[in-house]
Write a protein that binds this ligand. Structure first.
Ligand code: ATP
Ligand code: MG
Length: 269
């Protein structure tokens, strides 16, 4: 990502009019394979933004770009008004150091399909870990906060359980609590329920619904069309590295305008 930007274009502005995520012509390739072919979208503060599309369309890659886990090859990507991975000085862009990127990544919580909890730590210890290790929060304070977060995700009575002693749905709720412990301003979910047995999905979606109601900005890659319809503020259908169609979830799901969207929805609905 290179090119000159004017000062006004990139100056960080802090008000609710600034989108939480703004993508302009985002391109990403792995070697010769172009996976994102110019993504333009905007996620407003407090919005629940759902992303759907076939396997391999680039959904996870796009989430990883937002979280600075992947570098983009062209275009511009902003989180809360700041360029992802770059700083501007005068007219020039400078790549941020790894330590600076890590600092920014703290503001963004990510929940994956696989929960990736530390197996040798209890639920409580998993939730306490990052605030203590990364933010230098005192153990007592982190413990108290972790207890509150486990309560919030309905696992107040499981604080002492190890991941192997929890169901998949419970582990995923611990993973959500763990992400929230860092007090993120944006939460990214990558198919958080698709590895779960059907009877465990509902509890995880309930936690996400509660989080949405609390005003958290969320970008959710999901196959749960019911969730997208009820909780989503916006829905984007991606295919083959481009945004094919976007809009109000209820409109897109009930009256898709593009053939590719229709074909996809006819398979999943
Ligand atoms: N690190 C990588 N190196 C090379 N190719 C990659 C890498 N990560 C992803 N890809 C390729 O990029 C394309 C998009 O992958 P991505 O994981 O973003 O798709 P997705 O929409 O999340 O799919 P799914 O629904 O299966 O999770 C795929 O063709 C994938 O093989
Ligand atoms: Mg994926």
């Amino acid at each position: 990502m290179t090119g000159k930007l004017s000062r006004t274009e990139t100056a960080p502005v802090r008000d609710s009019a600034v989108p939480m995520v703004k993508a302009e012509g985002v391109h990403k390739s792995f070697g010769p394979v172009e996976v994102l072919k110019g993504i333009d979208l905007e996620v407003r503060q407090g919005e629940v933004f759902c992303l759907i599309g076939p396997s391999g369309s680039g959904k996870s890659t796009f989430l990883r770009c937002i979280n600075h886990l992947e570098k983009i090859n062209a275009g511009r990507l902003y989180v809360d008004g700041e360029l992802v991975g770059y700083r501007q000085k005068g007219d020039k862009l400078y790549e941020l150091k790894d330590s600076e990127v890590a600092l920014k990544r703290r503001d963004i919580g990510m929940v994956f399909q696989r929960f990736n909890l530390f197996p040798h730590m209890t639920a409580l210890e998993n939730v306490m870990e990052a605030p203590v290790q990364v933010k230098g929060v005192s153990k007592a304070q982190a413990r108290e906060r972790a207890r509150g977060l486990l309560e919030r995700v309905g696992l107040g009575d499981k604080a002492g359980n190890y991941p192997s002693q929890l169901s998949g749905g419970q582990q995923q709720r611990v993973a959500i609590a763990r992400a929230l412990a860092m007090e993120p301003k944006l939460m990214l979910f990558d198919e958080p329920t698709s590895a779960l047995d059907p009877e465990l999905v509902g509890d995880v979606l309930d936690v996400m619904r509660d989080l949405a109601e609390s005003g958290m900005t969320m970008v959710v890659v999901t196959h749960e069309m019911g969730f997208a319809r009820e909780v989503g503020d916006s829905l984007v259908f991606m295919d083959d590295g481009v945004v094919v169609e976007s809009g109000n979830p209820r409109d897109v799901l009930t009256d898709p305008q593009h053939e590719r969207t229709k074909a996809f929805l006819s398979k999943v609905l």
